[in-house]
Design a protein around this ligand. Structure first.
Ligand code: SR1
Ligand code: MG
Length: 409
């Protein structure tokens, strides 16, 4: 594939940093002690540079294809614009919870960002058994701030229209539409499970209730442009930090929002819930039930913080004349119910689909079978619930399925 821009290399990074004033003021490009390519995501190149004084910057470049597959899966590098726009919009709302953008190179699809190397990717920290208390609430507060501040409730009419127009992101949305909603039940040749899980994947695909729910969820995803959502808010899109010897997070930063678009608020909520269930599946599979229940408890922490943040901002809504408190209650209840189904979609895609997660994949196969089976069973059970749709009911239902299936068998 012929790209019309140059890919960044480790060797080029020092000169690049020196040539960009906004980066050169954050790092001494002439006294670098390390430059490395640290990207472990599915799509992009990510470089971290550190100087002799311990200062650092991150430089991220979008490739014209999906990194995890290679040139055979072309993908617009323009996605970096959506990442920048959403990071800036979200940072303006909750600066302490969103990575700081320092630089944008449109021609080469490069973003310069603050160095968060004193943080850990939350998924890695969860896999290692860390807790980072407060992180789940921070994620909920971020979702609530974005749900209000980028929506009809927080923006004037013209500002909203401009933001919606700038956020049209069909290529990245189509990845989600395919991988999250369609392919868990309709294999496009990208699915893969352990042989022992093939009956579980087949049962998911044959489950009419599940497939119908995915159809409704995909429709909502494609039509409910409520807010400038993150669009890929899994635990690999959050960095966490705790002081030495502490289990409490003193910094939580959301990043990697290239999938951002005007979509359903509950999609980000469901994404976070799904990833807590995946973290719990790992713990239950390893026989650490206390840790499994702790991970499931994150579901309600995110929900409560989301709801509190949205309610706090509600008095500032654009048109209180018709958006009365009764409408707030309707919205909150609707988002909570929708989050169940979005979470079910996100759980199932990480088990059968193309882009898996280390929570489950790094388990030994004999433990992975039961974990995967439990997650799929939980997803199928979640779309069947029509009664109590609280966050705690969701985690209790998932916990029961994870424990029931964990032995593999
Ligand atoms: C082809 S991209 C695969 C996945 O990686 C991203 O993190 C998104 O979750 C996407 O679905
Ligand atoms: Mg990502």
């Amino acid at each position: 594939m012929e790209a019309d821009y140059r890919f960044l290399t480790v060797d080029e990074v020092p000169g690049y940093l020196a040539s960009v004033p906004a980066l050169a003021e954050r790092i001494d490009a002439g006294r670098l002690v390390s430059v490395g390519e640290i990207g472990d995501g599915n799509l992009n190149l990510v470089f971290l540079a550190k100087d002799a004084d311990g200062r650092g910057v991150v430089v991220k470049q979008a490739l014209p294809y999906v990194r995890m597959v290679g040139e055979g899966w072309p993908m617009t590098p323009e996605r970096e614009k959506h990442e920048i726009q959403s990071l800036l919009a979200h940072h303006a709302l909750v600066p302490e919870l969103v990575v700081e953008v320092l630089h944008h190179d449109e021609g080469r699809h490069i973003i310069g960002m603050e160095d968060l190397s004193d943080h850990q990717v939350w998924r890695h920290a969860l896999n290692d058994g860390a807790t980072h208390d407060g992180a789940a609430a921070a994620v909920g507060r971020y979702i609530g701030a974005v749900a209000f501040g980028t929506s009809v409730f927080g923006l004037g009419r013209q500002e909203l229209a401009d933001a919606q127009a700038a956020a049209i992101n069909p290529e990245l949305c189509e990845i989600t539409e395919d991988l999250v909603f369609t392919e868990p039940s309709v294999d496009a040749g990208r699915n893969e499970v352990l042989p022992e899980n093939e009956p579980d994947a087949a049962a998911l695909a044959a489950d009419d209730t599940f497939v119908d729910a995915m159809g409704r969820a995909k429709y909502a995803f494609m039509t409910h442009g409520e807010a400038l959502i993150h669009g890929d808010l899994h635990t690999g899109s959050v960095m966490v930090r705790a002081p030495q010897g502490s289990t409490v997070a003193d910094s939580v930063k959301v990043f990697d929002s290239e999938f951002a678009f005007y979509g359903p608020v509950a999609f980000d909520i469901g994404a976070s819930w799904a990833n807590y269930v995946l973290a719990a599946s790992r713990a239950f599979a390893m026989g650490d039930d206390a840790r499994g229940h702790w991970a499931l408890g994150l579901v309600d922490q995110t929900w409560q913080a989301f709801e509190a943040e949205f309610r706090t901002r509600w008095p500032e809504r654009v048109d209180p004349r018709v958006w009365r408190d009764s409408f707030l209650e309707e919205r909150i209840a609707a988002w909570r119910a929708e989050a169940w189904v979005f979470a079910a979609a996100k759980m199932s895609r990480r088990i059968v689909g193309a882009a898996k997660v280390t929570d489950v994949q790094t388990l030994p196969p004999d433990l992975r079978v039961g974990a995967a089976r439990g997650v799929l069973a939980a997803a199928r059970a979640a779309v069947r619930v029509s009664g109590d749709r609280s966050a705690t009911a969701f985690s209790e239902l998932c916990g029961a399925e994870l424990v029931r299936h964990r032995t593999g068998g």
